[in-house]
Design a protein around this ligand. Structure first.
Ligand code: AHG
Ligand code: MN
Ligand code: MN
Length: 322
């Protein structure tokens, strides 16, 4: 009987076969992916363990904090704080940067649970993370957390859906891994991911249309136009950035969160939503802009700075820029 050869490449094996120039980055990946496994499991059991719903807390963003937001945040902080190379953490759920170890060399920024408004409806949600190296040689400071996305040494997201998929921008390529729950391992399933150069899909919350900048409004209206027999773009909007970006990465198209009256700087936060996703999209051959400026060139002034974002296929971004 020929033993069925196990063809799976686990994430650990992939990281071992593609060593990073950044020391001990694999340890950070081990802690991040363990956190994602825990969160994935709890989300699947949320209805059985009464984890849906909100705490009584409204956070400093003015958003109601969901029970699973707290669980996810605690999971990331607990697991990452065990790594002595981690100097600081920036979480969407914490008011300020957390200095974990002044001698540490890495800063990990993360949105522990993205798409929280979708949790109770069992719609795809995710976690987003980015890793920076400190800028100086001395003790790590909060200033080390305010770096442009161009400085990210790696970034990724985990999408909790019909399957749990980890996508990372690492060593100059984008790679996807699917959680095999039989073994509790992330297994390579999407090698060298590249975003299609163009796709007539746009992804935006049209409910904010009346308060967009007129240029944005005209652009989005042009995508829907059937003038001269043109085929209009399709609208796809899930409301979880991770899910909308994952679809855009796989199918192509354009995801947007423009500035609006309710979000004059844009809604999405730079350090743990826009910068990591922009690194992933650019590494996959796509583009990301915050208005006129490449998203990766923005230098945030605060850890929760919001920016407008247009991200996806380079051909779609070019259409926006003409
Ligand atoms: P979070 O749940 O981490 O606060 O993020 C929600 C974000 C993002 O996931 C999504 O793209 C956007 O909010 C949707 O905002 P609207 O509901 O205003 O469209
Ligand atoms: Mn988010
Ligand atoms: Mn969140």
């Amino acid at each position: 009987m020929s033993l069925q050869k196990v063809q799976m490449t686990t994430l650990d094996e992939f990281l071992m076969n593609h060593p990073s120039p950044y020391k001990n980055l694999n340890k950070i990946y081990r802690q991040i992916t363990f956190s994602c496994k825990v969160i994935s499991n709890r989300i699947k059991r949320a209805g059985l363990e009464n984890l849906y719903g909100s705490t009584s807390i409204t956070n400093f963003h003015g958003e109601e904090v969901k029970n699973l937001d707290v669980l996810a945040n605690n999971t990331f902080i607990t697991s990452l704080s065990k790594i002595k190379d981690v100097g600081a953490l920036v979480s969407e759920e914490d008011y300020d940067a957390m200095i974990i170890n002044e001698a540490g060399r890495y800063i990990v920024t993360f949105d522990p649970l993205d798409g929280s408004s979708n949790i109770d409806a069992n719609v795809n949600i995710g976690s987003i993370f980015g890793v920076f190296e400190r800028t100086g040689d001395g003790k790590i400071t909060k200033n080390d957390c305010l770096q442009p996305g161009r400085n990210l040494i790696t970034a990724g997201y985990c999408l909790y859906g019909s399957s749990t998929i980890l996508v990372i921008a690492y060593n100059g390529q984008v790679t996807g891994f699917t959680l095999d729950e039989n073994y509790g391992e992330f297994v390579l399933t999407h090698n060298k991911m590249t975003v299609p150069e163009f796709k007539p899909i746009y992804s935006v919350n049209e409910g904010n249309r009346d308060s967009w900048d007129p240029k944005v409004r005209e652009f989005v209206d042009s995508l829907k136009s059937t003038e001269g027999g043109k085929k209009p773009f399709s609208l796809r909007y899930i409301g979880s950035m991770v899910a909308d970006i994952h679809r855009t990465l796989l199918y192509g198209g354009l995801f947007m969160y423009p500035a609006s009256d309710s979000a004059p700087q844009g809604k999405l936060r730079y350090l743990y939503e826009v910068a990591p996703m922009s690194l992933i999209m650019e590494t996959a051959g796509g583009r990301a802009v915050c208005g006129e400026v490449p998203a990766l060139d923005i230098v945030p002034e605060t850890v929760h700075q919001r920016v407008p974002v247009f991200i996806g296929s380079s051909g779609c971004i070019k259409k926006f820029e003409i």
